[in-house]
Design a protein around this ligand. Structure first.
Ligand code: NAD
Length: 277
């Protein structure tokens, strides 16, 4: 049974494994990936307005629900407010536009994609309105550092349900995770596989051999055992399956500790304190 993680607001728990669709083309590619994931048991899909594939995701969701004989309530769908749309009115309009493209009446989770310093409070107020009016299941943030979360907390009583940030064995994010844990914010990792950059890493290869699993599965299991939600991206059916087959093995404390030592504070994405888009 897949693990579900309770959020600090909203009615639905978030499934610990989701499918990420960053850089997946709209149309056939994203439709097929979403259908395949739902067919294999995924119930959580992560997209964003800026991925420009929300329409295809919507088609995939409807096809997937039919094939798997499940309802909209069984799914957990996330999208994100792009930087250019930050601000109060523009954030509400952007949310409506995402719903329109997805063909959904509401999202289960809507995130501020990046902490745009002079707009994020207004944007958060807009998300708070959407939540209080019952137009979105839950709201959260992405790419927020501790100081961004502190700024939000100083300006709003609504605590984000999740903070979705880059995280993998070379970027453990332990300080941020401790802060989020203390404040009831669920950690979600993007680039959980470091965008494919870790498959030759000797320690991970060694652990993979010990547990007779792939390196991808070892990394994803390490995330789950440290309490992080994962949204690995793949469009290949066998990898979509591999990335979901994580509940029939476990890493020992010693194996977890060995992976923990790989932390180098190394990012593959941009630094949330230094981005220009
Ligand atoms: P990822 O770490 O999920 O890596 C994806 C890459 O790994 C792809 O090239 C894929 O082909 C490969 N891969 C996947 N499974 C594999 C397997 N089992 N074996 C071998 N190779 C495998 O990177 P990502 O796509 O950047 O991150 C995941 C998701 O996070 C995205 O799709 C998106 O939904 C989200 N995301 C969010 C942000 C943000 O700013 N909030 C930024 C980037 C990504």
């Amino acid at each position: 049974m897949e693990q579900m993680i309770q959020l600090n607001h909203g009615q639905k728990a978030i499934p610990a494994i989701g499918l990420g669709v960053f850089k997946v083309e709209d149309g056939g590619a994203v439709i097929d990936a979403v259908v395949e994931a739902i067919r294999q048991g995924y119930r959580h899909i992560d997209t964003a307005a800026v991925y420009r594939n929300e329409e295809g995701v919507g088609v995939g969701l409807r096809k997937g629900m039919e094939i798997a004989n499940i309802s909209r309530d069984d799914l957990f769908i996330t999208s994100k407010l792009w930087n250019a749309d930050q601000g109060y009115d523009s954030a509400i309009a952007a949310y409506e536009a995402s719903l329109e493209r997805l063909g959904l009446e509401r999202l289960d989770l809507y995130l501020i994609h990046w902490p745009v310093e002079d707009k994020m409070i207004e944007s958060w107020c807009a998300l708070e309105t959407l939540y209080r009016e019952g137009r979105v299941g839950a709201v959260g943030v992405s790419n927020f550092q501790i100081h961004h979360l502190e700024t939000l907390a100083a300006n709003s009583d609504l605590v984000p349900t999740v903070n979705q940030v880059e995280r993998h064995p070379l970027l453990r994010q332990s300080e941020l995770a401790t802060y989020m844990n203390e404040h009831g914010i669920v950690p979600v990792t993007w680039a959980p596989l470091m965008q494919g950059g870790l498959f030759e890493e000797p320690t991970l290869l060694e652990v993979a051999k010990e547990v007779k699993r792939s390196v991808a599965q070892v990394i994803l299991r390490w995330h789950l055992q440290t309490g992080w939600v994962i949204i690995p991206k793949s469009i290949k059916p066998h990898r979509i399956e591999e990335n979901f087959s994580l509940y029939d093995f476990e890493l020992s404390e010693e194996q977890m500790n060995r992976i923990d030592t790989l932390d180098r504070h190394k990012r593959v994405g941009l630094d949330p304190d230094d981005f220009d888009f």
